[in-house]
Design a protein around this ligand. Sequence first.
Ligand SMILES: [Zn+2]
Ligand SMILES: [Zn+2]
Length: 251
Amino acid sequence: MANKFFLQAKSIAELLWYEERKTCLLCGKQASTSLCQDCRQLYFRPEQRRCLSCGKLIEGEADRCQDCRDGNGPKFLSKVTALGHYEGAWKQCIHNIKYKGQPYLLIGLAEYLTSWAVKQLPPPDSIVPVPLHPNRLAQRGFNQAEVLASVLAGCLGIKLKDILCRVKDTTPQSALGRQERLVNLRCAFSLKPGIQIKEEVIWLVDDVVTTAATIGECAAVLKESGAQEVFAFCLGAGRESPNNPDTASIL
Ligand SMILES: [Zn+2]
Ligand SMILES: [Zn+2]
């Protein structure tokens, strides 16, 4: 009787205070954490190198992808790291976070993404999200990059600084090719007035990096404003195909 009462009390307490996660966020299979081992391997490919300049997942011994070796990468970033490859269930998860109003999914990923960022990048003075234009923010209701930055900042006890603003309401980058993306973003960002970031090491945070045009423009503004170094972290990036490097650069 006492045992039955205890089990009932336990299940009520679980319902009231926490929900034990038993399924993988990406494939729905039973897992002890929010990401099963198979999905970590399939989408995050921790063993695979990332292009130091643009974050693309690359094969082989080079530390940069062919595009960046050809001089087409962003110029003001010391390093870019992507948690995983932007495809399949991981791409869908990022879409759910961004377009389907589910930013809370990032909480289930907090531990994994924070430990990846810490292993890949040097300690920052502040964490800065890539901003949305006020029009886009009004439509979506939240900035996914800011939620991601706040998860990192909260886990690490580092200051979140929402100091960039998007002054141009640009065409969505996903609709454009590489050259158009660069032109589209010219002078799209600025530093908010009265902000001091002199000599700071900054982590710039965005959800997805494709051509790195957006983070490149933001990094340029931060460096011109006195930042010592700018590193970028994102959830997903492209993967360079060994046969045709260019096909992987724009998703
Ligand atoms: Zn899974
Ligand atoms: Zn690259």
